[in-house]
Design a protein around this ligand. Structure first.
Ligand SMILES: NC(=O)c1ccc[n+]([C@@H]2O[C@H](COP(=O)([O-])OP(=O)(O)OC[C@H]3O[C@@H](n4cnc5c(N)ncnc54)[C@H](OP(=O)(O)O)[C@@H]3O)[C@@H](O)[C@H]2O)c1
Length: 296
């Protein structure tokens, strides 16, 4: 186990731990324990979102942990119902209040809103303002496809530090990753161990049961989850595996003591199915997805 987590350097020089804890679908009453367990093991990055409804519990766990605020990288996301310049500035205030912090390390837009891209741009300009005012240390986006990134970069001043997208062995979105790499945008992999595939109705049920990954894992005396996390890290992606179970939180962090071979990385690349597990980013609308984020 490393004393400190390796880091990636974002395009503005800020360092982000290479691996953090995700808390999507972590119920609020289990969030405190999960975050505490992660901080105890050595995680120093938590990825939450206004839409997850558990920013408050993340903040509580951090305050109770005894770990210094400056030693933990806090990331959260503005939901689409808070897009628009003024709305997003207010969305930041809501998030900071719930997290109990003055400054957020990384604030990102949760989705592009293709049907109202002006609102998306207004939201991003608010992130730029928050960055200029040092209320956030870095800004970014999530679920932005190449066309969304292109339209954004055509208009804004600050290149997003990250694009957080679905990436796992069954769906790697190489074109989006490559576009990001070409513009200094770090890819953060959501569902890094294929969480989203566990529920998918397809030939494969779970990346965790994939025979290729299983064989590679057996060869390293590691678990399939650990192999997938290593695949991401060695290909330069930041990862945020989610678990509420302390033993898995520990397992998912124990990935800095082995190395996959080039042939193993290539074999995992070969598992691509081309099938997205999450919602189609082009289809996100306020009407279908725009539920309000509570003030408290
Ligand atoms: N930006 C976005 O739109 C977006 C979308 C989805 C997710 N995310 C972010 O990405 C994070 C991770 O994504 P995710 O939660 O969808 O998927 P994931 O991390 O790939 O998988 C999570 C699932 O795997 C299980 N699990 C965790 N560790 C395991 C292990 N070592 N062995 C076996 N099973 C294990 C978890 O169950 P237990 O909890 O029971 O262990 C949970 O069901 C989220 O928490 C969130 O922060 C972002």
């Amino acid at each position: 186990m490393p004393d400190t987590v390796p880091t990636f350097t974002l395009n503005n020089g800020v360092e982000i731990p290479a691996l953090g804890l995700g808390v999507f679908q972590t119920p609020p009453d289990e969030t405190r324990a999960a975050v505490s367990a992660a901080l105890d093991v050595g995680y120093r990055h938590i990825d939450t979102a206004a839409a997850y409804g558990n920013e408050g519990q993340v903040g509580e766990a951090l305050r109770d942990s005894g770990v210094a605020r400056d030693d933990v990288f806090l990331e959260t996301k503005i939901w689409i119902s808070d897009y628009g310049y003024d709305e997003t500035l207010h969305g930041f205030e809501k998030a900071a209040r719930k997290l109990g912090v003055d400054q957020i390390d990384l604030l990102i837009l949760h989705q592009a809103l293709p049907s109202d891209f002006e609102k998306t741009l207004g939201a991003y300009r608010a992130l730029e303002k928050l960055s200029a005012d040092a209320r956030v240390r870095a800004i970014g986006v999530s679920n932005f496809m190449v066309d969304h990134l292109t339209a954004l970069l055509d208009t804004v001043d600050v290149v997003p530090a990250v694009n957080q997208i679905e990436v796992h062995p069954y769906f790697a979105q190489r074109a989006v990753q490559d576009f990001g790499a070409g513009h200094g945008i770090l890819t953060q992999a959501w569902a890094p161990i294929g969480g989203i595939t566990f529920y998918r109705d397809s030939g494969h049920t779970s990346t965790l049961d994939d025979p290729v990954i299983g064989q590679i894992a057996a060869g390293h005396q590691k678990s399939p989850a650990q192999v997938m996390l290593r695949w991401h890290l060695q290909q330069g992606r930041q990862v945020i595996p989610k678990s509420v179970r302390p033993e898995r939180i520990t397992e998912n962090f124990a990935v800095f003591d082995f190395e996959l071979t080039d042939a193993e990385l290539t074999a995992i690349d070969g598992l691509e199915t081309g099938k997205r597990g999450g919602p189609e980013p082009a289809d996100i609308t306020l009407a279908a997805w725009g539920r309000a984020i509570p003030e408290d």
